[in-house]
Design a protein around this ligand. Structure first.
Ligand SMILES: Cc1cc2nc3c(=O)[nH]c(=O)nc-3n(C[C@H](O)[C@H](O)[C@H](O)COP(=O)(O)OP(=O)(O)OC[C@H]3O[C@@H](n4cnc5c(N)ncnc54)[C@H](O)[C@@H]3O)c2cc1C
Length: 497
C-alpha cells in the first residue's frame, strides 16, 4: 500500500492544476514544491490567457484553437483573477501588411470559441483615445480580445482547491530522490527535515527543472527533449490613461506587449533568449531591458529608458523541442511522456505548456493514466476556482457589495481585495466593522487580517510570498516595510527556512 495515489513534483500552474484535478476525482494526492507555490516560471509569465496570435504565422492552428477554448472557461472559473482585455495592434506596414493582420485576426476570431469576448474591430487612431500615446505616423489599428490573469494567484487557488479536496500541499519541500519499485519511494527534504513518502504514480511537473529532476532524483540519462528559453519583462509607471493593452511589432519579427498593470503601472514584455544553467538564477539582462524600451519607443510618443524601470523580472520557458530552429518557432504546446514498465510504478513527465492550457493539460494527464485509475470523469471545465463562484461579468457588482458591507474600506482597497479573493473576501474581512479590526498595517493597504488569511489558507510563509505571489503589493513596499512584514510572519508562523 502506498501513502498516496499521486505524488506530483512542482508547485507551478501545471503541478497544482494536476493536483486539483486528481484530488477532485477522489485520489490521494501529495504535491511537493521546493520553494513557494508559483516561485518558478508561473509567476513570471506575460499573464495572458490567450491563443497566441503570433503562433498562427507558424500554422499552429490546433494549439491556438485549444488555447482559445480555455480562455472563456477560465474567465468563467475565476472571474476575479481573469479579465477580458482589448489589444490595440497599430498597423505598421514595414513589419506586416494590414491585409495579413486582417486575415490573421479573422482566423483568430473564427477559431476562438467566443461566447463572451467581443470580436476584432478597426480603429481610427486619429480619433480614438488609443491613438493619443502613439506617434503621429500610426493612423490605423486593429483591436481584438484576449484575457489577462494573475498567474501566481491562479496557481495558489488551484493548490487551495486541491487541498480542500483532500490533497496534501507541501511547500518548501524538495524531492531529493525518487526510488522506483512497485510503488515510488520519495525522499524529501523539508527545511532540513528528512521525510519519506510513497506513491503509486509519480508526476514530474517541475517545469524548467524537469530534466534536472530526472537526472538528480531519478538518476536518468538526460533526454535532450527540453529547450530552455528565457523571457524578461519590465514594469514602468503607467504610460497612458485607458484600460486597453498594445501589441507592438518589433523589427526582429517578434511582438512586444504593453499592458495596464496594477492600476498605476504598465507591464512590458517579453524577450526570447536561449537559456542554460539553473532556472532559479534567471534575471533580466541590461540588453533585454534596452530591447524592450527600444521597441516601445518606436511606437509611444514619450520615450522610456532603463532608469524608468521600477521592477523587472525574468522566467524560463520549458519548451518541448520538436526540432525547430529558433526559440520563437518552437511550439508552445505540451508533451506528456508516460514511462510504464511491467511490475513497476509509472512515471509521467510533463514538458512545456502554458498558463492558458494548464486545465486541459491536467485533464490529459488524468486521461493518459486512465488505465491505472479507471472510472473517473473530467470535472474541471465548469467548476469555479475558490472565490470564483459568481458570474463572469459580475466583478463590479461584487466590488460594490464589498464596499457596502465593509463601509470603512476605501474604494481602492475594496477593489483590490475583491479582485484577489472574489467571493472569499468575506473570509478575509469577516466581521470587521472598522480598519482597526483588521489589525496591524504593514504598508499600502495590507493588514494583519489579510496576512493571517494568506498564511492559514493560502500557504504563504514569507513576506515575498505575500508581496510578489499572493499580491503585487511589493511594488508599493519599502525594504523596511518588507522586513517588518517578514518579522511578523516569522513570529506568527514559527521557524522557517
Ligand atoms: C517570459 C514568459 C512569458 C510567458 N507568458 C505566458 C502567457 O502570457 N500566457 C501563458 O499562457 N503562458 C505564458 N508563459 C508560459 C508559462 O508561464 C509556463 O508554461 C508555465 O508557467 C509553466 O508552469 P510549470 O508548472 O510547468 O512550471 P513552473 O511554474 O516553473 O513550476 C515548476 C516548479 O517545480 C519546482 N521544482 C523543481 N524541482 C523540484 C524538486 N526537486 N522538488 C520540488 N519542487 C521542485 C520549482 O520550484 C517550480 O516552482 C510564459 C513563460 C515565460 C517564461
Amino acid at each position: 500500500m502506498a501513502d498516496f495515489d499521486f505524488a506530483i513534483i512542482g508547485g507551478g500552474i501545471n503541478g497544482t492544476g494536476i493536483a486539483r484535478d486528481a484530488a477532485g476525482r477522489g485520489f490521494k494526492v501529495v504535491l511537493i514544491e521546493q520553494n513557494d507555490l508559483a516561485s518558478g516560471t508561473s509567476s513570471a509569465s506575460s499573464k495572458l490567457i490567450h491563443g497566441g496570435l503570433r503562433y498562427l504565422e507558424h500554422y499552429k492552428f490546433r494549439l491556438v484553437h485549444a488555447a482559445l477554448r480555455e480562455r472563456e472557461l477560465l474567465l468563467r472559473a475565476a472571474p476575479h483573477l481573469v479579465r477580458p482585455l482589448r489589444f490595440v495592434l497599430p498597423i505598421n506596414e514595414a513589419r506586416r501588411s494590414a491585409m495579413l493582420l486582417r486575415i490573421g485576426l479573422l482566423v483568430y476570431d473564427w477559431i476562438g470559441w467566443r461566447k463572451i469576448l467581443p470580436g476584432t474591430s478597426e480603429l481610427d487612431l486619429v480619433t480614438d483615445a488609443a491613438g493619443l500615446p502613439l506617434k503621429h505616423r500610426f493612423h490605423h489599428a486593429f483591436e481584438y480580445s484576449d484575457c489577462f490573469a494573475d498567474d501566481a494567484r491562479l496557481v495558489v487557488l488551484n493548490a487551495v482547491d486541491a487541498a480542500e479536496r483532500g490533497a496534501v500541499i507541501r511547500t518548501r519541500t524538495r524531492c531529493m530522490r525518487a526510488d522506483r519499485g512497485d510503488v515510488w519511494r520519495l525522499v524529501l527534504n523539508a527545511r532540513g527535515q528528512r521525510d519519506v513518502v510513497t506513491a503509486r504514480v509519480l508526476v514530474n511537473a517541475a517545469g524548467a527543472w524537469v530534466e534536472a529532476f530526472a537526472e538528480t532524483a531519478l538518476r536518468q540519462q538526460p533526454q535532450g527533449r527540453l529547450r530552455l528559453d528565457k523571457g524578461s519583462h519590465i514594469v514602468v509607471r503607467r504610460l497612458y490613461d485607458h484600460d486597453r493593452a498594445y501589441i507592438f511589432q518589433a523589427a526582429d519579427g517578434r511582438v512586444v506587449f504593453a499592458i495596464p498593470f496594477q492600476r498605476d503601472f504598465t507591464l512590458i514584455g517579453t524577450t526570447d533568449r536561449p537559456f542554460s544553467g539553473d532556472p532559479s538564477t534567471v534575471l533580466p539582462s541590461g540588453e533585454e531591458i534596452e530591447y524592450l524600451c527600444s521597441v516601445v519607443n518606436e511606437y509611444f510618443r514619450t520615450p522610456i529608458a532603463a532608469a524608468d524601470v521600477v521592477w523587472a523580472f525574468a522566467g524560463v520557458r520549458s519548451l518541448y523541442d520538436d526540432g525547430a530552429r529558433k526559440p520563437q518557432d518552437i511550439g508552445r504546446d505540451y508533451a506528456l511522456m508516460l514511462d510504464e514498465r511491467f511490475g513497476e510504478a509509472p512515471l509521467l513527465t510533463v514538458y512545456g505548456g502554458k498558463i492558458t492550457t494548464y486545465r486541459r493539460l491536467a485533464e490529459d494527464v488524468l486521461a493518459k493514466l486512465s488505465h491505472f485509475f479507471p472510472r473517473t470523469r473530467p470535472w474541471t471545465a465548469h467548476s469555479p476556482l475558490p472565490g470564483g463562484d459568481f458570474v463572469y461579468d459580475g466583478v463590479e457588482t461584487l466590488i460594490d457589495r464589498t464596499q457596502r458591507t465593509w463601509r470603512f474600506l476605501t474604494a481602492d482597497h475594496a477593489r483590490r481585495l475583491t479582485c484577489a479573493y472574489g467571493t472569499r473576501v468575506d473570509r478575509v474581512l469577516t466581521t470587521a466593522t472598522g480598519l482597526d479590526d483588521l489589525g496591524m498595517r504593514f504598508g499600502a493597504d495590507l493588514t494583519a487580517a489579510e496576512v493571517r488569511y494568506l498564511m492559514t489558507k493560502e500557504f504563504a510563509r514569507t513576506a515575498d510570498d505575500v508581496l510578489w505571489r499572493r499580491s503585487k503589493l511589493g511594488l508599493h513596499f519599502s525594504d523596511a516595510q518588507r522586513a517588518a512584514l517578514d518579522h511578523f510572519m516569522a513570529q506568527a508562523g514559527g521557524p522557517r527556512a
